[in-house]
Ligand binder design. Sequence first.
Ligand code: FES
Length: 71
Amino acid sequence: MSESKKATLKIRDNGSILITGDVELVDAEGNVYETKPAFSLCRCGMSSNKPFCDGTHKEIGFESKPRVEKE
Ligand code: FES
């Protein structure tokens, strides 16, 4: 039996969302994408390989560095 690892979605500065852990990526019809143990989703909206990041965010100068607001 394989041990599952909690999924983590890490928002990268000026880039994609890195997904690791036990997670399933499905389209709007419920079809499951084949993914690697770690993969990145496009956050800039300009990837030619959506929903995955293809690195285009670097070419277009995408800027976004969200942070959790701390009280
Ligand atoms: S975030 Fe990388 S191509 Fe959009």
